[in-house]
Design a binder for this molecule. Structure first.
Ligand SMILES: Cc1cc2nc3c(=O)[nH]c(=O)nc-3n(C[C@H](O)[C@H](O)[C@H](O)COP(=O)(O)O)c2cc1C
Length: 165
């Protein structure tokens, strides 16, 4: 069983989850940022990790995922929204749709990840009527996201990818 992890991470949240998952996959599992990722054809299991951008996998990972065909797959991601929100479920469903043909998703994990302070600073200045303008609910969510991924998230990620085969 040859295993591969490919992840994309702009500010490090998804990389932390990828490294936690690596620690519970079999010895010899390879890990790459998507920029250096190999052709997945040579592997039996491929775990892909993305950060959520506009409700789906970020652009670089969205370009890689269709190359994965006929594999056992694990999907993990981090996002600013709450993990039990419909938006988080959509972000998973949209990731599954990006995979190539005949893949079987055998593991999944997601958690909140701190939002780039440059983005929250920009959104903080938006006019009240803008859909991303700060309001109490949104400020609470950003503050919660800023605490993640935490140690409990990383343990939960390991549990989701342990003993798969
Ligand atoms: C340009 C941009 C777009 C984002 N879009 C979403 C989004 O649609 N939904 C969401 O829940 N989080 C969104 N986020 C938050 C990130 O997905 C989240 O902070 C993630 O943990 C970043 O992961 P990274 O540190 O691995 O880059 C966005 C962040 C950025 C910078």
């Amino acid at each position: 069983m040859k295993s591969l992890i490919v992840y994309s991470s702009k500010t490090g949240n998804t990389r932390k989850v990828a490294e936690a998952i690596l620690s519970v996959l079999p010895a010899g599992t390879e890990i790459y940022p998507v920029e250096n990722a190999p052709d997945p054809a040579a592997y039996d299991f491929v775990a892909v990790g993305y950060w959520v951008d506009r409700g789906t996998a970020n652009t670089e990972m969205a370009a890689y995922m269709p190359k994965i065909c006929g594999k056992k797959v694990g999907i993990f991601f981090t996002l600013g929204a709450f993990p039990h929100s419909p938006h988080a479920q959509d972000s998973f469903d949209n990731g599954v749709k990006l995979l190539g043909e005949n893949c079987e998703v055998i593991a999944k994990f997601w958690c909140q990840g701190a939002i780039d302070p440059k983005l929250t600073a920009w959104m903080s200045k938006l006019p009240k009527e803008h859909p991303h303008a700060p309001n109490p609910e949104r400020l609470h969510r950003w503050a919660e996201a800023a605490k993640h991924p935490d140690a409990a998230d990383l343990e939960a990620a390991k549990d989701a990818f342990r003993n798969l085969f």
